[in-house]
Design a binder for this molecule. Structure first.
Ligand code: ADP
Ligand code: MG
Length: 694
């Protein structure tokens, strides 16, 4: 028995009747090339066009009727457009089928007696305004397999030169010629246990459901397959990492006490819990792969510091990767301050590090000196590590998987800790980051840090500016955030672009120094500006969202976000996280233009809570996972059917099953799930040792 699906599924769509080069080109725009692609082009909604009795029809809705013509069609030419009417006898009731502007239907109607019509029901006139008609042959079974009427009809996404109806026809043809070739990768026992439909049947039912219940079950089956396919490479990675031996970094109680004593504050309860998790894992003998999710300002640096300390205190080295130079410098400063008393050296390596300095640092590292290297991408290059034990990746969403993996490339047994300020609900994180363990850091440590969020319409920006001026006078600093860089007329008029805002703030805040920061500036200019703001040379920074991940500027206590309705909720929250980092009370003004209903609710939610996790949940509810994830993190999986909120139980189940599958080496199942190798290559830039398993 072969486990690969028949080659018929890989045939180009032109193999099907009715698809020539022109239509194939139009299909290609939808990403459809093969028969398999057609089968996987799922409907985005369904229309209930089952034949029902008149009592169930709602006025104004599209319905399907089947009946016998009761008389000849009549044409009325009196008005502006010709109107064709015909009486139809339909399960004992009489009604009218109506067409506007289509005289040709008169001839067509004469050719058959029994018809199915689809169109809008006008109860008062007892008429159906027909937009689709098809004859019913007298001898055909009444439940005959029409694709368009008398059924739950699939509605497909199409492009300009395709009609949804054509897709129905082609997909039906694809099913007919391809169905035999669809292989179910799940053994029947497995399917039976989960109560899942067969794969071929599920594909048929998702397109042409027999009824709503069968559609639900078909979807369930295909959702499970998608989840399993998504989890397989993740669980493969997790499994192969758990098999590796790592060096256990077990510290003595005295060593931990030294660490805690080095901190300028006592860790919060939440930090303690995560510290325990990390310490426990470092002491174990398989490499740590942990992700710490914590709101901006929740105090993740302490966790990173602990892991790096463990590396150095046990005689090894640690590396701390940050997305920007300023952030790297800040971390290096913080760690040096904390660890100087413990005698642990902290080296800094960025693109700006002078050659001589770099050589000295490399000499120390190559000599195997225990210590901590902090830096930007530069640390991913060829650093001559001699005893690297722990790698930490800050703001991990800013790095690709490949870069994160590069951190541990010298030696797969290195402990890896990633940190992210993208708050997502816990269960979702567990499902998505299937290949790592997740710790959640709740809340903000400094309960005294009071931060309020105030919402003003754009035409009351003066109130906000006044407040900013007062704070500047007290020696504090402020951010002004714009949604756009471009000076396109539309932005200029609405003051949405950073350049116009910069100009207007130089006027509004004359006497204070105002700086401009946006993504089209050179890297060096950006760094210079950020530094000037951090050092107080500049008091107001007018910027785009690139301040999202920036420095910790404790003096920054006010933020004005223009056109807040144009940002994602999690983005707004990340922005707000830049202020009030020291305990001074801070204020964030959201200035909004015209709002949709949804927009209003989102801003309301934003003002109502300062908890990133709550906010993420709220955003997820308001906008659905697709959009939310889209902006939360690029490179996240795009699912055809899976809804990460609703289908979470399936994702969890699939995660468990995938792990078991990988563990049991039942790899014969995998090819049928498609290109696992390609998956691995995409996700981690390598194929692992899959080739050895066969
Ligand atoms: P994150 O990286 O999660 O955004 P940081 O680690 O930069 O947050 O911490 C934010 C601020 O809170 C820093 O100024 C830090 O010194 C402070 N901080 C962290 N933990 C505590 C604590 N337990 N008590 C008081 N302040 C803390
Ligand atoms: Mg941080």
């Amino acid at each position: 028995m072969t486990m690969t699906e028949g080659p018929i599924l890989d045939r180009p769509v032109t193999f099907l009747p009715g698809i020539g080069p022109r239509r194939a080109a139009a299909l290609e725009q939808l990403g459809i090339r093969s028969i398999r692609d057609l089968l996987h082009h799922y409907p985005f909604r369904y229309e209930d066009l089952q034949i029902r009795g008149i009592r169930e029809w709602e006025d104004g809705r599209r319905i399907a009727v089947e009946g016998i013509l009761a008389g000849a069609p009549r044409v009325r030419l009196g008005g502006r457009v010709p109107v064709i009417t015909v009486q139809v006898e339909c399960r004992g009731t009489r009604l009218y089928a109506v067409w506007f502007r289509q005289p040709h239907v008169v001839d067509r109607l004469k050719q058959h007696r029994r018809w199915r019509f689809v169109g809008r029901w006008q109860a008062a006139r007892r008429s159906v305004v027909v937009d689709h008609m098809e004859p019913v042959p007298e001898d055909r079974d009444r439940a005959g397999a029409s694709l368009h009427a008398g059924r739950i009809a699939p509605v497909y996404r199409v492009t300009a030169n395709l009609k949804p109806r054509w897709l129905r026809t082609w997909i039906a043809a694809a099913l007919k010629s391809g169905e035999q070739a669809i292989v179910d990768p799940l053994p029947w026992q497995w399917r039976a246990k989960l109560g899942l439909m067969g794969r071929a049947e599920a594909l048929r039912e998702i397109h042409f459901p027999g009824d709503w219940e069968r559609l639900r079950r078909a979807r369930e089956r295909l959702v499970y397959d998608e989840c399993l396919e998504f989890q397989l490479p993740l669980q493969y990675i997790r499994w192969s990492q758990r098999r590796r031996r790592a060096r256990s970094l077990r510290l003595t109680r005295a060593q931990w006490e030294t660490f805690l004593a080095a901190l300028p504050f006592a860790p919060t309860e939440g930090q303690r819990r995560v510290l325990r998790e990390v310490a426990g894992e470092l002491a174990g003998d398989s490499p740590m792969r942990r992700l710490v999710l914590g709101d901006v300002g929740s105090g993740k640096t302490v966790i990173a510091a602990a892991a790096l300390y463990a590396a150095a205190a046990s005689g090894g080295q640690g590396v701390f990767l940050a997305p920007t130079e300023i952030l790297a410098e800040q971390h290096a400063r913080t760690l040096s301050r904390w660890f100087s008393a413990c005698g642990i050296p902290v080296w800094l390596l960025t693109g700006r590090t002078a050659e001589k300095r770099r050589a000295a640092c490399f000499a120390d590292i190559a000599a195997g000196t225990p210590g901590i290297l902090v830096g930007t991408h530069a640390v991913l290059g060829d650093v001559p590590y001699a005893g690297l034990r722990v790698a930490v990746c800050d703001e991990q969403h800013r790095f690709g998987v490949v870069q994160r993996m590069a951190l541990t490339r010298p030696d797969e047994s290195i402990h890896l800790l990633s940190m992210s300020a993208t708050p997502i609900p816990r269960t979702l994180a567990m499902a998505l980051y299937g290949d790592v363990d997740v710790s959640i850091l709740p809340g903000r440590p400094d309960a005294a840090a009071r931060r309020t969020t105030r919402w003003l319409p754009l035409d009351r920006e003066e109130d906000a500016v006044l407040e900013v001026r007062a704070r500047l006078a007290r020696g504090q600093r402020a951010y002004v955030v714009a949604p756009a860089i471009g000076r396109e007329a539309e932005h200029r008029r609405s003051q949405a672009d950073v350049t116009s805002l910069f100009a207007s703030f130089r006027d509004k805040l004359a006497g204070f120094s105002v700086g401009l920061l946006h993504g089209r500036m050179s890297g060096a200019d950006k760094e210079r500006m950020m530094r000037a703001f951090a050092e107080g040379e500049i008091q107001v920074l007018v910027a785009t969202t690139i301040v999202e991940v920036g420095v910790d500027v404790p003096e920054a206590t006010a933020m004005l976000i223009y056109h807040a309705e144009r940002f994602g909720l999690s983005q707004l929250h990340q922005l707000r996280g830049r202020i009030g980092r020291r305990g001074d009370d801070a204020v964030c003004f959201v200035l909004t233009g015209r709002l949709t209903d949804l927009g209003r609710r989102r801003i309301e939610a934003f003002c109502a809570t300062d908890d990133g996790f709550l906010l993420a949940k709220k955003d997820l509810e308001l906008r659905g996972p697709g959009e939310w994830i889209g902006q939360a993190q690029s490179g996240w999986p795009a699912f055809a059917l899976v809804d990460l909120v609703k289908d979470e139980p399936w994702m969890r189940r699939a995660k468990r099953h995938a792990y078991r599958l990988v563990q049991s080496r039942d790899f014969w199942l995998l090819p049928a799930f498609g290109p696992l190798r390609a998956h691995l290559r995409r996700r981690v830039g390598c194929e692992g040792d899959l080739s050895v398993q066969g």
